[in-house]
Ligand binder design. Sequence first.
Ligand code: IUR
Length: 474
Amino acid sequence: MDAPTPLPSLIRKKRDGERLEDAEIRSFVRGVTEGTAQQGQIGAMLMAIRLQGMEEGETLALTQAMASSGRTLAWPPAWHGLLVDKHSTGGVGDKVSLALAPALAACGCKVPMISGRGLGHTGGTLDKLEAIPGFRVSQSPEEVTAGAPPRHRCPQMQHILARVGCCIVGQSAELVPADRVLYGLRDVTATVDSLPLITASILSKKAAERLSALVLDVKFGEAALYPTQESARELAQSLVQVGTHLGIRTAALLTRMEQPLGRAVGNALEVLEALECLEGAGPPDLRHLVTALGGVLLWQCGLAAGAEQGRERLARALDDGSALATFEAMLGAQGVPPDTARDLCAGTPAQRRQLLGEAKVCEELPAPQEGWVQQVRALPVARVLHGLGAGRARAGDPVNPRVGAELLVGTGQHLRAGQPWLRVHHEGTLGAEGRRELQDALRLGPEPPQDQPPLVAETILPSGSLPGPCRDSQ
Ligand code: IUR
């Protein structure tokens, strides 16, 4: 083990713009994990990194030190090369993981997906899954540690992956404890928006999962973490480079986040829409993103000759029922009673809605005038739903899974004055202010909109960047 370096000298070094040695970075992360570093010292180092940045080698060392700050997962050798995951920087109506994880498993991948909860205006995969009665996103400690060295074995997850091929779980307290501390302090020290800190935070968790391949959905636009394609590209390049150095085959898609993905926003409504996608139907933009992200992963882990062939293979899994059957098996393995899982996957839309529960109030908003839909802005929709209880202001707050909205129109559609364009599901009061904000989300014009820019703007690979989705084994 490296001799500890006094933290004030490390902070001074980074404050003055010098490069930190790998051993110094490990020493800092050890102080964070073991609790010997004071909160003020950690905050000061985070601010120094935020202001001075880090070279790629420093970011890699930080990622590695954080990844080994806790437990790392271990898998049977036969699965090596097949372990895949997807990470999204967060969007509105983004239910991709719910369809993608089982579809990838149906194609032969092993998907130990570790997801997060929603915070702010973006939703979280775990909250969506918890709209399903009985679904368990966590594993009890007995299940994690039973009969195996706690640092590596994860029998419950491994058991599910062996039987089903995928699981979607929350991050356990033992996985990357350094990130828990650093992320909490970044939130209160105005250091969330630091490229090396975001890169290390995201990738340390993926490195601890011992993945073979990773695809990142880096969103940009009004409702995304990054407003512009250029800023999203910078993060994507950092993630792809550091991920590749970690030995994970990493690629990123830059995707637009101006409008909600699909037609449904809100946890229970998004589960319903994910089920449609798993049946080979549902909104085209959702299917497009699921198959584009999955296609890259199938190519990266050698199950398809190129990204396009991967996309076609994934689409087949959605169309032939195998992805839906895998989703049903995953629900069963994660605590959903078999009858409920079957009724949800095989039921009619009305039966599904009844199973997930419906909000007390359903209100339709009329178009204020005639016109062609140019855009439905995601941000105001997400903000109003958040205020109605669909999202949380603080970690740990409850969410109401029944609150949400259905878009009744799509871009390019013509609306008559008074025609309903949005159905809001809630259990409170929408109020004049909320109504005004929602009406501001609807952009109408006198003519049909010109060419729509593609949802996938760019693909970032270790070898460089391609416009649009990755079209073959380039
Ligand atoms: N998600 C993460 O896991 N880490 C981060 O720093 C951000 C999002 I921003």
